[in-house]
Design a binder for this molecule. Structure first.
Ligand SMILES: Cc1cc2nc3c(=O)[nH]c(=O)nc-3n(C[C@H](O)[C@H](O)[C@H](O)COP(=O)(O)OP(=O)(O)OC[C@H]3O[C@@H](n4cnc5c(N)ncnc54)[C@H](O)[C@@H]3O)c2cc1C
Ligand code: FES
Length: 282
C-alpha cells in the first residue's frame, strides 16, 4: 500500500498553523514553472516522505497544495510550482528573502521500500515529475544496492517544457533507463514523439512496480497500458491531485468515493481507484 507518513500533530506541530519559510533560492524551470528553495524561519516541518505535499500560503492571497520536489540542508524544502492562477502566480513571482507560510507535510508517500529490489518504472507527465523526484532518487539509491532496474518514462508537451535537466543527466549516469517523448518536436529534437502512454504500449515491457504522476487522463491511460504490458494492477501507484482546503481530513473538499485524498492520497494504488477515476471533481 501507499506509505502512511507521520502527521504534523505526531511531531507536535499544529497542522492548521502555517510556519514561516523564507525563499532562499529560485530556479526558473520553464516559462511558467519555478522551483523555490524554502528554509524554515520558525519551526521546521516533520520529515517529508517522497510524494507528500504541503499547504503553501501566499500571505494575503491564499493557500494551495504543492508537492515537495526536493529536500536540502537546514530543513530546506524544494517546491516546483506552475503559474496557473492567483495563488500560484504570487508564489512563482516571489523574490529571494520573501516569506511564505507552510504547513504539513500531508498525505501518503510513494512506496519506495516496497519497490526495493523490484524492476520499477516511473511515468511522469509534465509537472508530474515534481512529486516523483524524491522517489526516483530513492529508487536509484536502492537499485545501486540490489542491481534492480529503474526505467523513467517522461512525457512532455515540447522539449522546452522538460524539467530538471541536471537531475535527468544524474539519473542517466546512475544507470536509469530514461526515455523522453514529446507531443510536439522542434528541429533540434531527436527523441521519441507522441504520448507517454503510446510509448508504454510500444515498449510493452512488464515491470514489477510502477509509479505514475501527471494529468488524470494521462495517468488513467498509462496505468491501463502498464497493466496490459504485464505490471500487476495492485503494483501500479498514482498521485491524485484533487482540490484541497484543510488537508487534514475535515472539510471533505478532496473526497473521491470512499477516499479522503488529503489523508488517503495523494499517492494511491490503481486497483483502489481505477473505477473511481471517472468521477468528476466538484
Ligand atoms: C496534492 C497536490 C499536489 C500538488 N502539487 C503541485 C505541484 O507540485 N506544483 C504545482 O504547480 N501544482 C501542484 N498542485 C496543483 C496546485 O495546487 C494548483 O495549481 C493550485 O491550487 C492552483 O491555485 P491558484 O490559486 O494558483 O489557481 P486557481 O485560480 O485556483 O486555478 C487556476 C487553474 O488551475 C486549476 N487547478 C486548481 N487546482 C488544481 C489542482 N489541484 N490540480 C489541477 N488543476 C488545478 C483550476 O481548475 C484552474 O483552471 C497540486 C495539487 C494537489 C492537490
Ligand atoms: S482537504 Fe479537507 S478533507 Fe481533504
Amino acid at each position: 500500500m501507499a506509505v502512511l507518513a507521520r502527521t504534523p500533530a505526531e511531531v507536535g506541530l499544529d497542522p492548521l498553523q502555517p510556519e514561516p519559510y523564507e525563499v532562499v533560492a529560485r530556479v526558473v524551470e520553464t516559462a511558467d514553472v519555478v522551483t523555490l528553495t524554502l528554509e524554515p524561519r520558525g519551526r521546521q516541518l516533520a520529515d517529508v516522505e517522497p510524494g507528500q505535499f504541503v499547504m503553501l500560503w501566499g500571505f494575503g492571497v491564499g493557500e494551495i497544495p504543492i508537492s515537495v520536489s526536493g529536500l536540502g540542508p537546514n530543513g530546506a524544502i524544494n517546491l516546483t510550482v506552475r503559474n496557473v492562477g492567483a495563488v500560484s502566480a504570487s508564489v512563482v513571482n516571489c523574490e529571494l528573502g520573501a516569506l511564505l507560510g507552510v504547513r504539513g507535510p500531508f498525505g501518503t508517500a510513494w512506496p519506495v521500500a516496497e519497490a526495493t529490489g523490484l524492476d520499477a518504472v516511473v511515468v511522469a507527465g509534465g509537472l508530474g515529475l515534481a512529486p516523483l523526484r524524491l522517489a526516483i532518487d530513492a529508487l536509484v539509491a536502492s537499485a545501486s544496492l540490489t542491481s534492480s532496474r529503474v526505467t523513467l518514462i517522461i512525457g512532455s508537451r515540447e522539449p522546452a517544457q522538460l524539467l530538471y535537466p541536471e537531475h535527468l543527466q544524474r539519473w542517466i549516469d546512475a544507470g536509469v533507463n530514461v526515455v523522453v517523448t514529446v507531443d510536439a518536436a522542434d528541429r533540434t529534437w531527436t527523441g521519441a514523439v507522441g504520448t507517454a502512454t503510446a510509448l508504454i504500449e510500444r515498449l510493452a515491457e512488464p515491470h514489477q512496480i510502477a509509479f505514475v504522476c501527471g494529468p488524470e487522463i494521462m495517468m488513467t491511460t498509462a496505468a491501463r497500458a502498464l497493466i496490459a504490458s504485464g505490471t500487476p494492477a495492485d503494483h501500479v501507484y498514482l498521485s491524485l491531485e484533487r482540490n484541497m482546503h484543510c488537508a487534514i481530513g475535515h472539510c471533505g473538499r478532496c473526497q473521491l468515493g470512499p477516499l479522503i485524498l488529503c489523508r488517503d492520497g495523494a499517492v494511491v494504488r490503481w486497483s483502489d481507484v481505477g473505477d473511481l477515476m471517472e468521477v468528476r471533481q466538484r
